[in-house]
Design a protein around this ligand. Sequence first.
Ligand SMILES: [Zn+2]
Length: 292
Amino acid sequence: MATKLLYLESPALRDEAIVQEISPAEGQIVNIILDQTIFHCQGGGQQSDRGILLFKSQTSEKDVIFTVNKVSLEKDSGHVLHQGIFPDNILQNEREAIVIGTKCQMVVDKEERLRNSTLHTAGHVIDFLMILANTADNSFIDSPTMKPDGSGIDLRPIRGYHFPDSPYLEYAGLIPANKRAQFVQVMQKLADETTSKSIPVEITMRPFRDIPAEKKALLKGDHSDDEIVRVVGVGGYICGCGGTHLRDVNMIKKLTIRKVICKGVTTRVCYSAEPVELGDVPEDQICAGLSR
Ligand SMILES: [Zn+2]
């Protein structure tokens, strides 16, 4: 049975699940497949969640802690692999008691989820800003047709990398060399304006046939009518997406457009994004769930 991906609909960072499969991997690493998961699986340029699985101990009041280091989705089976380790000093009978059917409590690391969601949401914001920057009077697009040097096409998004080490977005087409410095300035100004406003992140999941026609036109790829499509909207920009998102763009404390690199026929926008301090924000209020 495929693992149910609760994180696509719910912002909860704690929930229960049942072990479907448990198998040793390399060294001390163990793979656990659950019936459902709140852990975001690595993909779409976003790092996977980390956290812990808590199992009731057979011998003590304290739970047995399984540390989840990486979470990945097996495309063919739909199984989600929670890759991690048990403590070195786990008793053999405790380890052997965790079998198919054992219940556990899932807990996602809150700080990491906040950081990854901030970087990923900032990616959506930059996609939106690219449209704003290029529909203003000082458009950075030379002409609607591509020139031999790659400049002058629509700068449509082609790739995103939202890992903390050096996040970036890539767009098809080039910004002319003499406009790049100004482009970074304009994008930064738009980023500051946008992140200072409340812009809720809207998420819907519905069959493709039920998506309004004007939104369908903006979604990439081919979809059958029955396919359930998760549509994420930030400001005026929507796309199909399986990532985790902040509830509101104003939870990004600072979005910095670091630099723009034009290479081959693509433009790379390098950025960094810091989250707001959480303070007393409840953990299930960090990320956006399905919109009502
Ligand atoms: Zn997304």
